[in-house]
Design a protein around this ligand. Structure first.
Ligand SMILES: Nc1ncnc2c1ncn2[C@@H]1O[C@H](COP(=O)(O)OP(=O)(O)OP(=O)(O)O)[C@@H](O)[C@H]1O
Length: 308
Protein backbone atom coordinates (compact mmCIF):
# COMPACT_ATOMS: atom_id res chain seq x y z
CA UNK A 1 0.00 0.00 0.00
CA UNK A 2 1.36 3.45 -0.88
CA UNK A 3 2.19 5.84 1.94
CA UNK A 4 -0.17 8.61 2.99
CA UNK A 5 0.83 12.26 3.15
CA UNK A 6 -2.29 13.21 5.10
CA UNK A 7 -5.09 11.43 6.87
CA UNK A 8 -7.88 13.17 8.78
CA UNK A 9 -11.00 11.90 10.49
CA UNK A 10 -13.82 14.19 11.57
CA UNK A 11 -11.61 17.29 11.28
CA UNK A 12 -13.64 20.27 12.47
CA UNK A 13 -12.96 23.92 13.24
CA UNK A 14 -15.42 26.31 14.78
CA UNK A 15 -15.06 30.09 15.17
CA UNK A 16 -17.73 30.92 17.73
CA UNK A 17 -21.02 29.76 16.18
CA UNK A 18 -19.54 29.43 12.70
CA UNK A 19 -18.38 25.98 11.63
CA UNK A 20 -15.61 26.81 9.11
CA UNK A 21 -14.63 23.15 8.53
CA UNK A 22 -17.06 20.34 9.37
CA UNK A 23 -16.26 16.65 9.92
CA UNK A 24 -13.67 16.43 7.19
CA UNK A 25 -12.32 12.98 6.29
CA UNK A 26 -9.32 13.06 3.97
CA UNK A 27 -6.96 10.37 2.66
CA UNK A 28 -4.20 11.96 0.59
CA UNK A 29 -1.51 9.67 -0.89
CA UNK A 30 2.13 10.77 -0.72
CA UNK A 31 3.83 11.87 -3.94
CA UNK A 32 0.73 13.46 -5.46
CA UNK A 33 -0.72 16.93 -6.01
CA UNK A 34 -4.00 17.19 -4.12
CA UNK A 35 -6.39 20.13 -4.45
CA UNK A 36 -9.04 21.76 -2.30
CA UNK A 37 -11.52 23.38 -4.65
CA UNK A 38 -14.10 25.74 -3.20
CA UNK A 39 -15.54 29.24 -3.37
CA UNK A 40 -14.48 32.11 -1.06
CA UNK A 41 -15.17 31.26 2.55
CA UNK A 42 -15.58 27.51 1.97
CA UNK A 43 -12.92 26.66 4.56
CA UNK A 44 -9.87 25.99 2.37
CA UNK A 45 -7.40 28.20 4.27
CA UNK A 46 -8.72 27.06 7.64
CA UNK A 47 -8.19 23.50 6.55
CA UNK A 48 -4.63 24.13 5.33
CA UNK A 49 -3.74 25.97 8.53
CA UNK A 50 -4.92 23.03 10.65
CA UNK A 51 -2.95 20.57 8.49
CA UNK A 52 0.25 22.58 8.95
CA UNK A 53 -0.27 22.57 12.72
CA UNK A 54 -0.64 26.38 12.86
CA UNK A 55 -4.31 26.31 13.88
CA UNK A 56 -5.81 24.02 16.49
CA UNK A 57 -8.75 21.89 15.34
CA UNK A 58 -11.91 22.04 17.46
CA UNK A 59 -12.38 18.32 16.89
CA UNK A 60 -11.09 15.34 14.94
CA UNK A 61 -7.84 13.50 14.24
CA UNK A 62 -5.05 14.60 11.92
CA UNK A 63 -1.97 12.70 10.75
CA UNK A 64 0.49 14.48 8.48
CA UNK A 65 3.51 12.54 7.20
CA UNK A 66 2.73 9.96 9.85
CA UNK A 67 2.90 12.53 12.68
CA UNK A 68 -0.06 13.35 14.90
CA UNK A 69 -1.01 17.02 14.67
CA UNK A 70 -1.11 19.27 16.66
CA UNK A 71 0.82 17.18 19.27
CA UNK A 72 3.82 16.57 16.97
CA UNK A 73 3.56 19.87 15.07
CA UNK A 74 7.09 20.89 16.04
CA UNK A 75 8.60 17.75 14.48
CA UNK A 76 6.45 18.37 11.42
CA UNK A 77 7.54 21.97 10.98
CA UNK A 78 10.89 21.16 9.33
CA UNK A 79 9.27 18.69 6.95
CA UNK A 80 6.61 20.97 5.48
CA UNK A 81 6.63 24.16 3.42
CA UNK A 82 3.76 26.62 3.38
CA UNK A 83 3.15 29.29 0.79
CA UNK A 84 0.40 31.56 2.04
CA UNK A 85 -2.13 33.49 -0.02
CA UNK A 86 -0.27 36.78 0.41
CA UNK A 87 3.09 35.14 -0.28
CA UNK A 88 4.50 36.38 3.09
CA UNK A 89 7.62 38.02 1.72
CA UNK A 90 9.71 40.70 3.41
CA UNK A 91 9.05 43.62 1.09
CA UNK A 92 12.03 45.68 2.24
CA UNK A 93 14.54 42.83 1.88
CA UNK A 94 16.03 41.84 -1.47
CA UNK A 95 15.25 38.56 -3.17
CA UNK A 96 18.55 37.11 -1.93
CA UNK A 97 18.01 38.41 1.61
CA UNK A 98 14.52 36.91 1.75
CA UNK A 99 15.89 33.48 0.84
CA UNK A 100 18.86 33.83 3.21
CA UNK A 101 16.55 34.76 6.08
CA UNK A 102 14.27 31.77 5.49
CA UNK A 103 17.27 29.44 5.15
CA UNK A 104 18.57 30.61 8.57
CA UNK A 105 15.16 30.15 10.19
CA UNK A 106 15.02 26.65 8.72
CA UNK A 107 18.42 25.85 10.24
CA UNK A 108 20.58 25.53 7.10
CA UNK A 109 24.30 26.08 7.62
CA UNK A 110 25.97 29.00 5.80
CA UNK A 111 27.40 26.68 3.19
CA UNK A 112 24.15 24.73 2.68
CA UNK A 113 22.32 28.02 2.49
CA UNK A 114 24.67 29.44 -0.16
CA UNK A 115 24.43 26.35 -2.35
CA UNK A 116 20.69 25.98 -1.99
CA UNK A 117 19.97 29.65 -2.69
CA UNK A 118 22.12 29.61 -5.84
CA UNK A 119 20.24 26.55 -7.01
CA UNK A 120 16.84 28.16 -6.31
CA UNK A 121 17.75 31.48 -7.95
CA UNK A 122 18.67 29.54 -11.07
CA UNK A 123 15.68 27.14 -11.08
CA UNK A 124 13.15 29.89 -10.44
CA UNK A 125 14.61 32.41 -12.87
CA UNK A 126 15.51 34.89 -10.11
CA UNK A 127 19.24 35.32 -10.74
CA UNK A 128 19.01 38.76 -12.34
CA UNK A 129 16.59 39.89 -9.60
CA UNK A 130 18.75 38.73 -6.70
CA UNK A 131 19.55 42.26 -5.48
CA UNK A 132 16.07 43.72 -6.06
CA UNK A 133 13.70 44.50 -3.18
CA UNK A 134 10.87 41.96 -2.92
CA UNK A 135 8.40 44.83 -2.65
CA UNK A 136 9.26 45.97 -6.18
CA UNK A 137 8.76 42.60 -7.93
CA UNK A 138 5.95 41.87 -10.38
CA UNK A 139 3.19 39.40 -9.43
CA UNK A 140 4.81 36.50 -11.26
CA UNK A 141 8.27 37.24 -9.80
CA UNK A 142 6.83 37.47 -6.28
CA UNK A 143 5.14 34.15 -6.78
CA UNK A 144 8.38 32.46 -7.90
CA UNK A 145 10.24 33.91 -4.94
CA UNK A 146 7.50 32.79 -2.53
CA UNK A 147 7.69 29.26 -3.91
CA UNK A 148 11.49 29.23 -3.68
CA UNK A 149 11.25 30.46 -0.06
CA UNK A 150 8.70 27.77 0.81
CA UNK A 151 11.01 24.98 -0.37
CA UNK A 152 14.42 26.27 0.81
CA UNK A 153 14.60 23.40 3.32
CA UNK A 154 13.47 20.72 0.80
CA UNK A 155 10.19 19.87 2.51
CA UNK A 156 8.53 16.47 1.98
CA UNK A 157 5.14 18.16 1.86
CA UNK A 158 4.28 21.55 0.44
CA UNK A 159 1.10 23.51 1.19
CA UNK A 160 0.03 26.25 -1.21
CA UNK A 161 -2.90 28.53 -0.43
CA UNK A 162 -4.38 29.95 -3.66
CA UNK A 163 -0.90 30.40 -5.12
CA UNK A 164 -1.90 31.75 -8.52
CA UNK A 165 -4.70 34.20 -7.67
CA UNK A 166 -2.51 37.22 -8.46
CA UNK A 167 -0.80 36.09 -11.66
CA UNK A 168 -1.60 35.90 -15.37
CA UNK A 169 -2.34 32.64 -17.25
CA UNK A 170 1.21 32.26 -18.59
CA UNK A 171 2.76 32.59 -15.14
CA UNK A 172 0.14 30.21 -13.81
CA UNK A 173 1.07 27.62 -16.42
CA UNK A 174 4.78 27.97 -15.68
CA UNK A 175 4.11 27.75 -11.97
CA UNK A 176 2.28 24.47 -12.43
CA UNK A 177 5.21 23.10 -14.44
CA UNK A 178 7.38 23.82 -11.39
CA UNK A 179 4.88 22.02 -9.15
CA UNK A 180 4.98 18.94 -11.37
CA UNK A 181 8.81 19.02 -11.28
CA UNK A 182 8.68 19.12 -7.48
CA UNK A 183 6.12 16.32 -7.35
CA UNK A 184 8.24 14.25 -9.74
CA UNK A 185 11.18 14.68 -7.36
CA UNK A 186 9.07 13.22 -4.51
CA UNK A 187 7.40 16.23 -2.86
CA UNK A 188 3.74 15.80 -1.91
CA UNK A 189 1.73 18.92 -2.63
CA UNK A 190 -1.59 20.21 -1.28
CA UNK A 191 -3.01 23.25 -3.01
CA UNK A 192 -6.17 25.29 -2.50
CA UNK A 193 -7.82 27.01 -5.42
CA UNK A 194 -11.05 28.38 -6.76
CA UNK A 195 -9.95 27.96 -10.39
CA UNK A 196 -11.42 24.97 -12.22
CA UNK A 197 -8.55 24.69 -14.71
CA UNK A 198 -6.11 24.57 -11.82
CA UNK A 199 -8.14 21.95 -9.95
CA UNK A 200 -8.22 19.84 -13.11
CA UNK A 201 -4.42 19.56 -13.02
CA UNK A 202 -4.45 17.87 -9.59
CA UNK A 203 -4.14 14.11 -9.19
CA UNK A 204 -6.84 14.15 -6.52
CA UNK A 205 -9.30 16.73 -5.33
CA UNK A 206 -11.83 17.54 -2.61
CA UNK A 207 -14.68 19.92 -3.35
CA UNK A 208 -15.42 22.07 -0.31
CA UNK A 209 -18.54 24.12 0.21
CA UNK A 210 -19.50 25.85 3.47
CA UNK A 211 -16.82 23.82 5.27
CA UNK A 212 -18.22 20.49 4.05
CA UNK A 213 -16.55 18.06 1.66
CA UNK A 214 -19.13 17.54 -1.07
CA UNK A 215 -17.07 15.12 -3.18
CA UNK A 216 -13.56 13.81 -3.67
CA UNK A 217 -11.59 11.76 -6.19
CA UNK A 218 -9.54 12.32 -9.30
CA UNK A 219 -10.94 14.97 -11.67
CA UNK A 220 -11.77 12.17 -14.17
CA UNK A 221 -13.61 10.15 -11.49
CA UNK A 222 -15.56 13.18 -10.36
CA UNK A 223 -16.60 13.98 -13.93
CA UNK A 224 -17.56 10.33 -14.63
CA UNK A 225 -19.59 10.10 -11.40
CA UNK A 226 -21.42 13.37 -11.97
CA UNK A 227 -24.88 11.75 -11.93
CA UNK A 228 -26.10 14.24 -14.49
CA UNK A 229 -26.01 14.69 -18.26
CA UNK A 230 -24.83 17.89 -19.85
CA UNK A 231 -26.74 19.22 -22.84
CA UNK A 232 -25.67 22.32 -24.75
CA UNK A 233 -28.57 24.22 -26.25
CA UNK A 234 -28.11 26.63 -29.14
CA UNK A 235 -31.29 28.67 -29.42
CA UNK A 236 -32.75 32.19 -29.47
CA UNK A 237 -33.95 33.99 -26.34
CA UNK A 238 -31.54 32.26 -23.96
CA UNK A 239 -32.34 34.35 -20.87
CA UNK A 240 -36.03 33.44 -21.01
CA UNK A 241 -35.24 29.84 -21.93
CA UNK A 242 -32.96 29.59 -18.91
CA UNK A 243 -35.71 30.79 -16.57
CA UNK A 244 -38.12 28.22 -18.01
CA UNK A 245 -35.59 25.40 -17.76
CA UNK A 246 -34.90 26.16 -14.10
CA UNK A 247 -38.59 25.62 -13.26
CA UNK A 248 -38.07 21.93 -14.13
CA UNK A 249 -37.08 19.91 -11.07
CA UNK A 250 -34.81 17.59 -13.11
CA UNK A 251 -32.74 20.51 -14.42
CA UNK A 252 -29.92 21.11 -11.94
CA UNK A 253 -28.48 24.19 -13.61
CA UNK A 254 -28.45 26.18 -16.84
CA UNK A 255 -25.46 28.43 -17.40
CA UNK A 256 -25.03 30.66 -20.42
CA UNK A 257 -21.81 30.40 -22.44
CA UNK A 258 -21.96 32.90 -25.28
CA UNK A 259 -24.73 31.79 -27.64
CA UNK A 260 -25.35 28.51 -25.80
CA UNK A 261 -26.89 27.29 -22.57
CA UNK A 262 -25.11 24.51 -20.74
CA UNK A 263 -27.87 22.51 -19.08
CA UNK A 264 -27.32 19.89 -16.38
CA UNK A 265 -30.10 17.30 -16.40
CA UNK A 266 -30.57 14.66 -13.68
CA UNK A 267 -28.75 11.45 -14.67
CA UNK A 268 -31.91 9.39 -14.22
CA UNK A 269 -33.34 10.93 -17.40
CA UNK A 270 -32.32 8.47 -20.12
CA UNK A 271 -32.40 10.63 -23.25
CA UNK A 272 -31.92 14.15 -21.95
CA UNK A 273 -32.05 15.94 -25.34
CA UNK A 274 -35.31 14.19 -26.22
CA UNK A 275 -36.69 14.78 -22.73
CA UNK A 276 -35.88 18.51 -22.86
CA UNK A 277 -37.68 18.86 -26.21
CA UNK A 278 -40.70 17.12 -24.70
CA UNK A 279 -40.76 19.49 -21.71
CA UNK A 280 -40.54 22.70 -23.73
CA UNK A 281 -41.87 21.74 -27.18
CA UNK A 282 -42.70 25.23 -28.47
CA UNK A 283 -39.61 26.84 -27.05
CA UNK A 284 -37.07 24.27 -28.28
CA UNK A 285 -38.46 23.94 -31.80
CA UNK A 286 -35.57 24.61 -34.15
CA UNK A 287 -33.02 24.69 -31.30
CA UNK A 288 -29.84 22.65 -31.55
CA UNK A 289 -29.28 20.27 -28.60
CA UNK A 290 -25.99 18.42 -28.15
CA UNK A 291 -24.96 16.01 -25.42
CA UNK A 292 -21.44 16.98 -24.27
CA UNK A 293 -18.77 15.70 -21.89
CA UNK A 294 -19.08 16.98 -18.29
CA UNK A 295 -16.47 19.45 -17.05
CA UNK A 296 -15.17 19.98 -13.53
CA UNK A 297 -17.27 23.13 -13.34
CA UNK A 298 -20.37 20.99 -13.95
CA UNK A 299 -19.27 18.74 -11.07
CA UNK A 300 -18.76 21.77 -8.87
CA UNK A 301 -22.16 23.28 -9.68
CA UNK A 302 -23.83 19.94 -9.17
CA UNK A 303 -22.08 19.23 -5.82
CA UNK A 304 -22.71 22.62 -4.33
CA UNK A 305 -26.37 22.49 -5.40
CA UNK A 306 -26.25 25.99 -6.89
CA UNK A 307 -29.10 26.20 -9.42
CA UNK A 308 -27.48 28.85 -11.59
N1 LIG B 1 -9.76 33.60 12.68
C1 LIG B 1 -11.05 33.57 12.30
N2 LIG B 1 -12.02 34.07 13.09
C2 LIG B 1 -13.33 34.01 12.72
N3 LIG B 1 -13.76 33.48 11.55
C3 LIG B 1 -12.84 32.98 10.73
C4 LIG B 1 -11.44 32.99 11.04
N4 LIG B 1 -10.76 32.42 10.01
C5 LIG B 1 -11.68 32.08 9.09
N5 LIG B 1 -12.92 32.42 9.52
C6 LIG B 1 -14.19 32.17 8.79
O1 LIG B 1 -14.24 30.81 8.39
C7 LIG B 1 -14.83 30.68 7.10
C8 LIG B 1 -13.87 29.95 6.18
O2 LIG B 1 -12.79 30.82 5.90
P1 LIG B 1 -11.50 30.37 5.06
O3 LIG B 1 -10.57 31.52 5.02
O4 LIG B 1 -10.99 29.08 5.57
O5 LIG B 1 -12.16 30.13 3.62
P2 LIG B 1 -11.44 30.02 2.21
O6 LIG B 1 -12.15 28.92 1.47
O7 LIG B 1 -9.98 29.86 2.39
O8 LIG B 1 -11.78 31.42 1.57
P3 LIG B 1 -10.92 32.34 0.54
O9 LIG B 1 -10.98 31.64 -0.78
O10 LIG B 1 -11.69 33.61 0.54
O11 LIG B 1 -9.56 32.45 1.10
C9 LIG B 1 -15.17 32.10 6.64
O12 LIG B 1 -16.53 32.33 6.91
C10 LIG B 1 -14.27 32.98 7.50
O13 LIG B 1 -14.85 34.25 7.73
Amino acid sequence: MSKLAIETRGLTRRFGDLVAVRQLDLTIPAGTIYGFLGPNGSGKSTCLRMLTGLLLPSDGQVKVLGLTVPEQAEALRRRVGYMTQRFSLYEDLTVHENLTFVARVQGLSRRQSRERINELLKNYDLQTLSGQLAGSLSGGQRQRLALAAAIVHRPDLLFLDEPTSAVDPENRRNFWEKLFDLCDAGTSIVVSTHYMDEAERCHGLAILDQGIKRADGSPEQLMNDLGASVVEVLADGLRELKRELLTLREVRSAAQLGLRLRVLVDGRIVQPEHWLRQQLPGRLNGAELTLVRPSLEDVFVSCTGERL
